[in-house]
Design a protein. Structure first.
Length: 174
């Protein structure tokens, strides 16, 4: 089994003419939400073996805060190609991960993460899974986390519509 965690960066300062998008920092709310998600990941047994993140300042700051809450033991790789990536590009990165890692956390941006989460999730089987899926379809807000389980041995074998949506949580749910 492979477990994929998709985490949107925490709340950031708005973009503008004076601020290049890649350099946007977390707002105080984002600095509060990210550790909450890290504790949630830890407390629910979703601790990643490996973390991949966009290189944007807001994702780097989110990863730092989440990793601290996890205990800081998961290796992290920051990839420029995850910055504002489309779902297919994110999936390509995931499929290249070494199979020695069973649980992977990807920290990135919308709309790519939202579209990837809903595209990878299988047709909901149980009501709880349907409720989670509906929440993703409604909105994938900042610092939201989707957890998908795949009955595969290799990351390269992950396919759309095959992931069991194990969890979906937003900061306001915590």
């Amino acid at each position: 089994m492979k477990r994929l965690l998709l985490l949107r960066h925490a709340k950031t300062e708005p973009g503008g003419a004076d601020l290049e998008d890649h350099n946007r920092a977390l707002l105080p709310r984002g600095r509060e939400d990210a550790p909450k998600l890290g504790r949630y990941i830890r407390d629910n047994g979703f601790v990643p073996d490996f973390i991949l993140s966009s290189t944007a300042r807001r994702t780097v700051e989110t990863v730092d805060l989440v990793a601290d809450a996890l205990g800081g033991n998961s290796p992290v790789d920051f990839l420029e190609r995850l910055y504002l990536a489309e779902p297919e590009a994110i999936l390509d990165v995931v499929r290249d991960v070494a199979d020695t890692f069973g649980t992977l956390l990807v920290v990135g941006h919308n709309p790519g993460l939202e579209r990837l989460a809903s595209g990878l999730a299988r047709e909901p089987v149980k009501r709880r899974e349907r409720d989670r899926f509906d929440l993703i379809e409604e909105k994938f807000p900042t610092a939201a986390l989707a957890v998908l389980d795949f009955d595969v041995d290799h990351w390269r074998d992950i396919l759309p519509g095959e992931g069991k949506l194990k969890d979906f949580v937003r900061p306001r749910d915590l």
